[in-house]
Design a protein. Structure first.
Length: 324
């Protein structure tokens, strides 16, 4: 017998779980790169918006005295990366054509991240000329939407959606659809008011004590506050309605994605950017906005999502590890 037997090498086979993790990490890496590119596009739009409004003779919006431009710009960029990744992943699941997704993304991010935060600033900040942002912010939202829709493409594209949108609304009687839309719109003010009352004991003194020099104030009356929330409720509904109408997944996935899309845009400034505000103000408001966002999303899904047969997803490296 030959004593010099060479052992046969054993092939190491990676487990399916390791392969899934590798796919997941690869997707996260791609998303980060795409998020940086889309955030750069948004930054170009921000500069363009500032130039255009200056050429039109509109005054420059005031800034809080504690805010340093060299500090806030990296925070703005970080916020934009996070927002673009969330929007890209969500709107990729709508299986719509490029221009349809681009317009829907622009509407969503302009209304939620830019316009609603500006309206909030008009209520709770004495800073001058904030209304200029209503015009200038059209451009960073548009530039970001163009990039997001281009970088996050669905594996397949659904059939022409104009008829599907019409069918979505015609599945209900006009009276039934009317009260659903009205309730989805008017549900926001009481949600906002109740959540605000919960956090008021923790944050109210920051608005009422001028010696803190935070650049914050309170609205003249509760009536003005609630009237603004009626307008904001309509804008919230308009921003997320394209997601609800085009969604082909489950109710739970729609609720999670809609809530996350709302939260990351209305809370991004509080969480990532307002570094000069004390944690005792930022943390309660972040929790308040988290509750607001997912309560709103629940109302929209409950009232306006009429499930159809889920669309079979294409088997690509992106969709394999998608969250549904």
């Amino acid at each position: 017998m030959n004593a010099n037997i060479v052992p046969t090498p054993v092939k190491r086979v990676s487990s399916p779980s390791n392969a899934i993790w590798m796919q997941y990490l690869k997707r996260v890496g791609f998303d980060l790169v795409k998020g940086v590119v889309a955030a750069l596009a948004s930054t170009v739009g921000l500069v363009a918006g500032g130039i255009i409004t200056a050429m039109l003779g509109l005054p420059t919006p005031g800034m809080p005295p504690q805010m340093d431009v060299n500090t806030i710009m990296p925070l703005l960029f970080l916020t934009q990366i996070v927002i673009t990744i969330v929007l890209g992943e969500c709107f990729q699941r709508l299986y719509r054509r490029y221009w349809q997704r681009m317009l829907s993304i622009w509407l969503c991010t302009y209304l939620l991240y830019y316009l609603l935060n500006t309206l909030d600033g008009l209520l709770f900040s004495p800073l001058p000329h904030l209304s200029t942002s209503i015009a200038s912010n059209i451009f960073p939202a548009l530039f970001a939407a163009v990039a997001i829709a281009l970088l996050w493409r669905p594996g397949t594209v659904d059939s022409p959606s104009i008829g599907k949108v019409h069918a979505h609304f015609t599945t209900r009687q006009p009276a039934d659809l009317t009260w659903r839309l009205a309730l989805a719109w008017l549900a926001y003010p009481p949600i906002y008011y109740l959540m605000g009352r919960v956090v008021a004991p923790f944050v109210q003194h920051y608005y009422e004590d001028p010696s803190l020099n935070l650049g914050l104030t309170l609205p003249p009356s509760v009536g003005i506050l609630l009237a603004m929330q009626v307008l904001r409720g309509a804008l919230f509904l308009l921003a997320v309605l394209p997601i609800v109408v085009a969604w082909r997944g489950s109710r739970r996935s729609l609720w999670l994605w809609t809530g996350f899309v709302i939260f990351i845009q209305i809370a991004g400034a509080v969480i990532f950017q307002a570094y000069w505000l004390p944690a005792g103000l930022r943390i309660p408001h972040a929790l308040e906005l988290l509750a607001d966002s997912f309560l709103q999303a629940g109302v929209y899904v409950l009232l306006l999502f009429f499930p159809s047969k889920p669309m079979k997803e294409s088997v690509t490296h992106q969709e394999t590890v998608a969250i549904h």
